[in-house]
Ligand binder design. Sequence first.
Ligand SMILES: [Mg+2]
Length: 119
Amino acid sequence: MKKILIVEDVEMNRDLLVQLLEDCYQLFEADSGPRGLELARHERPDLILLDISLPGMDGYEVARQLRADPDLRRVPLIAVTAHAMAGDQERIFAQGFDDYVAKPIDEEELWAKVEKHLP
Ligand SMILES: [Mg+2]
């Protein structure tokens, strides 16, 4: 079973992602950027879903650190964000994300993007 790491501070949003993905993937959950980095280094997920708006270390900084880590720089990284306006999209891609899923989460969009980026 492929591993997906979910980094999202809001429990309700995490629970929704878990509910949608748990039957087909082994999931790891983090409620903060630092915890997400720790789990990523420990579990080596096949894909990471990363909230942009995290308290403290935001998703952009988490992405920067993942991309600076030789062991994790190639892991597909999907932003999960309510901020998906044009400028935000550019920043998301410029920051090393492979894709993004807009909030509120659309189940079909989530599945399409997860499957597209999983090796
Ligand atoms: Mg958030």
